[in-house]
Design a protein around this ligand. Structure first.
Ligand SMILES: *Cc1c(COP(=O)(O)O)cnc(C)c1O
Length: 428
């Protein structure tokens, strides 16, 4: 495959955009080489600026769960655009998507729409802090909740109870209110509660982790966290930006049968337009401005184009009784195919999968938290990534990402992918 035009476009972009990209993971820093510029996409395929076709396993990092340029979504946006694109006044469609979301997701009465997953998580912890009157939150290493200050925290050196900033620009003052634990380590979270009695406003977690590859919660882990929250007057926040409207109609809460106090959304809920949302029962949501004292706002929040895309997407997912099983079946088929090929080619690996979230780790040992996710063979991943691109298969350019499966993938596409993986891993 030739990447002449992409390289030129990237060189031009680098002059006027930091690193040539508007979000770092697009820059290929992890895998090397220059990013591929997309020209257009349809269904399961990307068409790049050099005229290559790629089977897409990123799907805009999740939103295109029904495929690119999905007609009902495109039509809804086009029709809405003709009637004005933003008003800063309430519109009926905001209520329509809110009603639908509340009917699909368990344990929520009200939902507030924002513009990204970052905003949703940022607002959710402010709400939790306001509601509980406490400052500290617990997050898990390797879980991503967007780029707001409170989440850009890493394990502090030596200090067992608080973290330190992992980006310049995040203050120590902010970092001290974020406590860090390892995914699937319930005992450590218990010790955090003991050391910070009546100070923890919320635990925020990806109920199935997807930002260090896919990592399922161990049996009893989420249940244990929920119990700790209930016992300590702490709110349990599910960051379902990735899992929401993907693992089931009602997201991970439904799939795993666990009740969260606040739920965050993004990605699928916007159908490919910039949408995030957070939701909870009345008691909590009524704490939000203008009803309550916790401030949160947005000029473009509930934007009509974004709501039209989201409503069309959720409507499709709600009406299609088979969609989540179909996605899971396709992903299980892919998993089996990859498994057989990697065994045949003598590659050491672990595959983690929950529903339509899947990741391949180049490490033979179990991957259950950030530390074990980091053990993978990075060089091997880079070669795997570039090899697959050559074969016309596009996965995320980082070993710490889940593959996002779309319903637009056919079994022929999956067979094509498995064959490509066979060819590439033979030479690794
Ligand atoms: C993508 C993601 C976010 C951030 O959403 P943005 O829309 O990129 O701001 C937050 N949490 C999780 C779990 C995500 O996967």
């Amino acid at each position: 495959m030739i990447y002449q035009r992409s390289s030129q476009l990237f060189a031009e972009a680098e002059k006027v955009i930091p690193g040539g990209v508007n979000s770092p993971v697009r820059a290929f820093k992890y895998v090397g080489g220059t990013p591929i510029f997309v020209k257009e996409a349809k269904g399961a395929y990307l068409y790049d600026e050099d005229g290559n076709r790629l089977i897409d396993y990123i799907n805009s990092w999740g939103p295109m769960i029904l495929g690119h340029a999905y007609e009902p979504v495109v039509n809804a946006v086009v029709e809405k655009a003709k009637k004005g694109t933003s008003f800063g006044m309430p519109t009926e469609i905001e209520t329509q998507i809110a009603e639908l979301a509340v009917s699909m997701v368990p344990n929520i009465d009200k939902i507030r729409f924002v513009n990204s997953g970052t905003e949703a998580c940022m607002s959710a912890i402010r709400l939790a802090r306001g509601f509980t009157g406490r400052d500290k939150i617990i997050k898990f290493s390797g879980c991503y909740h967007g780029h707001s200050d409170s989440f850009l925290i890493q394990a502090g050196s030596g200090a067992i109870t608080f973290g330190s900033p992992n980006s310049p620009g995040v203050t120590q003052g902010t970092a001290k209110d974020t406590l860090l634990a390892s995914y699937n380590d319930l005992e450590y979270v218990k010790s955090l509660f003991e050391a910070n009695k009546n100070e923890i406003a919320a635990i925020i977690i990806e109920p199935v982790a997807g930002n260090m590859g896919c990592i399922p919660p161990k049996k009893g882990f989420l249940e244990g966290l929920k119990q700790l929250c209930d016992d300590n007057g702490t709110l349990f926040i599910f960051d379902e930006v990735m899992t929401g409207f993907r693992l089931a109609k009602g997201g991970a809460q439904e799939l795993l049968g666990i009740k969260a106090d606040i739920v965050c959304f993004g990605k699928v809920i916007g159908g490919g337009l910039p949408v995030g949302a957070f939701a909870a029962r009345n008691e909590i949501m009524n704490y939000l401005a203008p009803l309550g004292p916790v401030y949160q706002a947005g000029t473009l929040s509930g934007n009509p184009l974004a709501m039209a895309a989201g409503l069309a997407m959720l409507t499709e997912l709600n009406l299609d009784a088979e969609i989540f099983t179909r996605l899971e079946d396709k992903t299980a088929y892919l998993e089996k195919g990859i498994y057989e090929v990697l065994v045949k080619n003598n590659i050491e690996f672990t595959i983690n999968r929950v529903g339509s979230m899947i990741s391949v780790h180049f490490d033979k040992d179990a991957v259950y938290d950030f530390a074990t996710a980091k053990n993978g063979d990075n060089q091997r991943f880079k070669d795997f990534f570039h090899g697959l691109v050559k074969e016309g298969v596009y996965i995320a350019p980082s070993a710490y990402e889940t593959w996002f499966i779309t319903d637009a993938l056919t079994y022929e596409d999956l067979d094509f992918t498995i064959k490509a993986i066979d060819k590439v891993t033979k030479t690794l």
